[in-house]
Ligand binder design. Structure first.
Ligand code: GLU
Length: 421
């Protein structure tokens, strides 16, 4: 969402850095280490020439930011969207470092982006962008270097092209160079649902902590892509009442509860939520402030801001998206005593199963879906409890606790390694 020039709100990267600074100060982190961990390791800008279907040449701008490789290979998705900026990719790369550290994965953090509108590109044009992007990054990618995954606007097919391009250049099939691949090309069972499933796991855990019951919870989900739609399905199956959902075109709201399986069929047929019977229509932003108990922002950054945070009705927020809440909104939500499960914990299910995929590819031994889900649950529950324990011990919010835990782990590894001069 664009930030107005006259606004007090910060850019996406500044929002990440604002929380980083608070957590680093609480930890008493050495000033030098703070400087090192605040900035990325590498930022690569690419100009990607593509012959379009109409015969004309076009140049697309792409980025890959590697924030950290202190705890292992850089890890993080590739985003295809018309409004991607370097500032956003830089923030998302840092969040991957903190996210991987919160769930204790042996990865650093990275993120990629290409400024393009996948809705307006043919399959051939998308493939050309993906292959050239990958080829330009050959020296930087690899199972031991940097391992991409899907994000907004990319999917299993795009990951298959990344894998194939890399493999053709290194002269052998290297499935572990990318995660979120199709099942038949070294993908993991449960990866597609993993982020949504992780959200269900932390929502359950939050309710347990707050002493509330699932069947009393009215849930609103903003975003109906891979994360939001799976979260809606799994929460509905587990007995939560989904009362509102929204995609970029608009939202639907029904206080009596939405029949989610029917809604999923409707979206499959029509490509959007609009037109689903029996619900009020609401604007995409308005859905955030409708009445509910649990709000799950599962779209993009900077959605809960100083402009709407005081009107949020939910008492629990599960951040399925990356960076949906701004630093200014944090203070307002804290005053309202909203329990926020922060993004770097709440949406870590995706990268956790990406880690499982990478492990399976390297071993050439594939797990059952039950085993993937069981291990995911174990790791998400442990991380949730780690974060809440940290929050109580240090008297900080779960968000600052998650940053502190992550920064502490990365700083400790950096101190052990030392600086190579
Ligand atoms: N794009 C997802 C995220 O933001 C997944 C990243 C990954 O699996 O590497 O967490």
């Amino acid at each position: 969402m664009p930030i107005l020039a006259a606004d007090k709100e910060l850019s996406v990267y500044e929002n990440m850095a604002a929380r980083f600074d608070v957590a680093a100060a609480k930890l008493g982190l050495d000033e030098g280490l703070q400087k090192v961990l605040r900035s990325p390791n590498k930022e690569i800008t690419l100009y990607i020439p593509v012959a379009m279907d109409n015969g004309k040449l076009e140049v697309f701008v792409g980025y890959r930011v590697q924030h950290s490789i202190v705890r292992g290979p850089a890890k993080g998705g590739i985003r295809f969207a018309p409004d991607v900026t370097l500032d956003e990719v830089r923030a998302l790369a840092s969040w991957m470092t903190w996210k991987c550290a919160v769930v204790n994965l042996p990865f650093g953090g990275a993120k990629g982006g290409v400024i393009c509108d996948p809705q307006k590109l043919s399959r051939r044009e998308l493939e050309a962008i993906t292959r050239r992007y990958t080829a330009e990054l050959l020296d930087f990618l690899g199972p031991e270097r940097d391992v991409p995954a899907p994000d907004l606007g990319t999917n299993e097919q795009v990951m298959a092209w990344v894998m194939d391009t890399y493999s053709m250049h290194v002269r052998h099939t290297t499935t572990a160079v990318v995660t979120g691949k199709p099942l038949d090309l070294g993908g993991s069972r449960g990866r597609r649902e993993a982020t949504g499933r992780g959200c269900l796991i932390v929502t359950d855990r939050a309710l347990q902590k707050l002493g509330r019951r699932r069947d009393e919870q009215r849930v609103i989900i903003q975003g109906f892509g891979n994360v939001g739609s799976v979260a809606a399905k799994l929460l509905h199956e587990s007995g939560y009442k989904i009362v509102g959902v929204a995609d970029i075109h608009g939202g639907i709201y029904n206080p009596k509860g939405i029949d989610v399986p029917r809604l999923l069929d409707h979206v499959l047929e029509n490509g959007k939520l609009a037109g689903f019977p029996g619900c009020d229509r609401v604007a995409p932003q308005e859905i955030l402030t409708r009445d509910c108990d649990i709000l799950i922002p599962a779209a993009i950054e900077n959605q809960l801001t100083s402009h709407n945070a005081d009107r949020i009705k939910a008492k629990v927020i599960i951040e399925a998206a990356n960076g949906p809440t701004t630093a200014l909104a944090d203070d307002i939500l804290a005053e309202k005593k909203v329990f926020v499960v922060p993004d770097i914990l709440a949406n870590a299910g995706g990268v956790t199963v990406s880690y499982f995929e990478w492990v399976q590819d390297r071993q050439g031994y594939f797990w059952s879906e039950a085993m993937v889900n069981e291990r995911l649950e174990e790791m998400m529950v442990a991380s949730f409890d780690d974060v809440c324990g940290y929050a109580e011990r240090h008297a900080v919010s779960p968000r600052i606790a998650a940053y502190m835990l992550a920064i502490d782990r990365v700083a400790f590894a950096l101190k052990l390694r030392g600086l190579y001069a």
